[in-house]
Design a protein around this ligand. Sequence first.
Ligand code: G3H
Length: 251
Amino acid sequence: MLLLISPDSVEEALDCAKAAEHLDIVDVKKPDEGSLGANYPWVIREIREAVPADKPVSATVGDVPYKPGTVAQAALGAVVSGATYIKVGLYGCTTPQQAVEVMRGVVRAVKDHRPEALVVASGYADAHRIGCVNPLALPDIAARSGADAAMLDTAIKDGSRLFDHVPPDVCAEFVRLAHDVGLLAALAGSVKQADLGPLTRIGTDIVGVRGAVCEGGDRTAGRIQPHLVAAFRAEMERQAREHAAAVPAAN
Ligand SMILES: O=C[C@H](O)COP(=O)(O)O
């Protein structure tokens, strides 16, 4: 499982760089503009320059409306600025067809510019609270649009967590659906160390985190702490070892 950490500024990205050996992807966002709030192109560029070259930079395009042209243009902005994972939060899409239309524009805009960039179609575990597409629709939306990964995050950051809205067995179904169509499965949403056991067992490819590695667990007022990133990674590795030991025993 890969660890994606979301700093909100160049300063925080520098703190991530101090913990670079413990993380896999640096994800640029602007939390005060929403769960997948988009940051400025120059912030993406500066963060790309600040983190080690072997660490991919991801950028969110925002909690986007159903405006395929607008979103495609924003996605191009993110990839031109140096991101190689482009995440789109399908906030304003109320049907799978709308979501596919938005994602097809994003995939074309991104891949025309940088074919090897990865496009991530993100839905929301708490979709029922905001009226957007059902979480389990995401793998099919991502596959039909030519994206590389399906993701879930939480839209409303009020302390409720991924598993409060989509329990582990339904997340397992999400991962299975994504893998069945050859996609990566990414999960996030106030994930804590205690969630890493189930996330590992269900075969999650990427776990996205911010609050759990911020001072005081506070994703808004706290700053990312390199020692919390290291501790989170250590727990991921412990869970991976336990899982690897348990799997042959079960067969
Ligand atoms: O993409 C990951 C998100 O930034 C997760 O943030 P969070 O752990 O504070 O919910």
